[in-house]
Design a protein around this ligand. Structure first.
Ligand code: AMP
Length: 563
């Protein structure tokens, strides 16, 4: 199907998408549209934001909905309020000429009453976050017996955000004869499980390569000490004066902190994370889209749904735990025929993560050096000179000022004049970088750290025990979140994390051992009270649950207080 006209979509829909400028279907649309129009088979689609998946499910659904009925016929579940609104708005655009169709977004953080009122009036398509959707089902405001299409959008993200139980509750109430579509950028085990439990003989489709932009993205890696990561980010921003990119952080707190520092240091940056109000998020996104912002510092969740095609850089300030998430991040640059650079700022113990990512991406990182002061100053200087060469001079506007300016500068020779103009713009840079040290960690050291990790524990790390494991729904990412949320000290390096069934181990920079223990103890996770202790294993590298003497000696420690 190369043309929407051959797709089976009707005139009303074709007219609407023509107005939106959609000329031909994207690869995912070419697969999902005929399938939804002509068959009832369930579909699992490995697809990221930017592939056109919303129209992939949205166009056939708005066409097939029976507008004479006031019952809910399609339920679309999506992880965030922003995405729900975006999807609902897209569906409204697609159905601009479909008379009588009602599409409603339901999400938390907004009053539930108007949503209930709208549902009562009759809605055929509901786009909801799992929490609010479940709430509405329980209040009997949302009735789903008549649902014919269920779409799980960004399924991996819904599970990452802890919606598994809500999803289970919602999915188990839906009728059996509906058609289910599951969209996910990655396919971890939990997503597969949802598919196994709630889908019937699904067709699996994947949109070309997982990362469309793979060929046009260069992957660069810079190794520094954890405490120098921010310095490295600044230098990279300085050496790319025209950077337009997203800086990915692991947590909201990190995103906020890095954005605040960048703003304070005079960079054109802002943060996008879950703590912002909708109005604040909209404002940041508007600035970014219109390029009034150069650097958007964001968490993965907040960056979902950002639809910007011409980013020059994606900067991984912190690498994600899951290599697939890296693929997703880096796929945001090098789009639409342009080239892009995905940068990873790493510390010496992340060599294994880099290798895992290389396997998934199918490309090697280019190991590069953080530029020194001289290189940065040179680059900025030439960029300034280029601007001077290319600037548009508005003769009419400056005409009247020129005579007095010429007169004032008359005593200066050409060379002297140039020197002074450049210095006005440049002295602060030269001053800042005059004493800039080399912050690169040498390859030797990187490999040594790598070897030391392979051979046993790194002596710079302390291994800590925590009384939570898989049984308590703890994942490595949660653990990092718990640490980041509870310690005041920034840049505490976290090493190996081993999540076992009943409990887990993790490594932190030895210097912060006590601070981490003190700050985490008695905090809560999933209603469990946390206990952390320094672990002194008998065998150096024994991370296995069975071989550990800890519990055999002190079983009581494994009891939990459930609040
Ligand atoms: P999505 O992956 O659904 O978030 O869509 C990404 C972007 O592609 C959105 O801005 C859509 O409006 C746009 N889009 C979707 N389908 C097409 C198409 N067939 N032709 C051109 N643009 C499209």
């Amino acid at each position: 199907m190369n043309d929407f006209k051959e797709s089976g979509l009707n005139e009303e829909i074709l007219k609407a998408i023509g107005e939106l400028g959609y000329a031909s279907p994207t690869p995912i649309q070419a697969q999902t549209i005929p399938s939804l129009l002509d068959s009832r088979q369930d579909i699992i689609a490995l697809a990221q934001t930017g592939t056109g998946k919303t129209a992939g499910f949205g166009l056939p659904i708005v066409q097939k909905v029976d507008v004479k009925s006031k019952n809910v016929q399609a339920l679309i579940l999506s992880p965030t309020r922003e995405l729900c609104l975006q999807i609902a708005n897209d569906l409204k655009d697609y159905s601009k000429y479909v008379k009588g169709i009602q599409i409603l977004a339901v999400y938390g953080g907004a009053s539930i009453e108007p949503q209930i009122k709208s549902l009562k009036k009759g809605v055929q398509v509901v786009v909801g976050t799992p929490g609010r959707t479940l709430d509405l089902i329980r209040r009997k405001a949302l009735k789903l017996q008549t649902v014919q299409w269920l779409v799980l959008d960004e399924a991996d993200e819904m599970l990452n955000m802890g919606f598994k139980e809500d999803l289970d509750s919602i999915l188990s109430t839906l009728p059996g004869d509906k058609q289910t579509l599951l969209f996910s950028a990655t396919m971890p085990k939990d997503v597969r499980k949802i598919a196994q439990n709630y889908m019937e003989n699904p067709a699996e489709i994947s949109v070309g390569k997982k990362n469309e932009g793979a060929k046009t993205v260069e992957h660069q890696c810079f190794t520094v000490k954890a405490s120098d990561k921010y310095l490295a980010l600044k230098r990279l921003a300085d050496v790319h004066p025209d950077v337009y990119g997203i800086v990915f952080c692991r947590t909201r707190r990190e995103a906020k902190e890095i954005a605040d520092k960048l703003i304070q240091d005079g960079y054109n940056a802002d943060a996008l994370h879950g703590d912002l109000s909708q109005a604040q998020r909209d404002q940041v996104m508007r600035k970014f889209r219109t390029k009034h912002l150069q650097l958007l510092v964001a968490t993965d969740v907040a960056a979902r749904g950002i639809d910007v095609n011409d980013l020059t850089h994606v900067i991984n300030y912190s690498l994600p735990e899951d290599p697939e998430v890296y693929v997703h991040r880096s796929g945001r640059t090098g789009r639409a025929g342009k080239t892009g650079v995905s940068i990873a700022i790493v510390h010496s113990r992340e060599a294994r993560k880099l290798r895992d990512i290389e396997k998934v991406v199918g490309k090697k990182f280019e190991h590069k050096q953080i530029p020194g002061g001289k290189e940065i100053c040179e680059k900025r200087l030439y960029s300034l000179i280029d601007k001077v060469e290319n600037v548009d001079v508005d003769e009419d506007q400056i005409h009247s000022f020129l005579p007095s300016i010429y007169k004032k500068l008359e005593w200066l020779e050409r060379e002297e004049l140039i020197k002074r103009f450049v210095s006005v713009e440049f002295n602060s840079y030269l001053e800042y970088y005059k004493t800039a040290k080399d912050i690169n960690v040498s390859l030797d050291k990187r490999e040594k750290a790598d070897r030391s990790r392979k051979g046993g524990r790194d002596t710079n790390f302390s291994r800590l025990f925590i009384n939570l494991g898989k049984k308590h729904k703890l994942k490595a990412t949660n653990l990092i979140g718990i640490i980041n949320d509870n310690i005041t000290q920034q840049n505490v390096e976290i090493g190996k994390i081993e999540v076992l069934n009943n409990f887990s181990f993790f490594e932190v920079d030895k210097n912060y051992e006590q601070e981490v223990v003190n700050s985490l103890n008695d905090t809560m996770f999933n209603n469990y009270s946390i206990r952390v202790e320094v672990s002194k294993p008998k065998k150096e590298d024994d991370f296995s649950e069975k071989g550990r003497g800890f519990f055999r000696k002190d079983k009581k420690r494994n009891r939990f207080r459930r609040n």
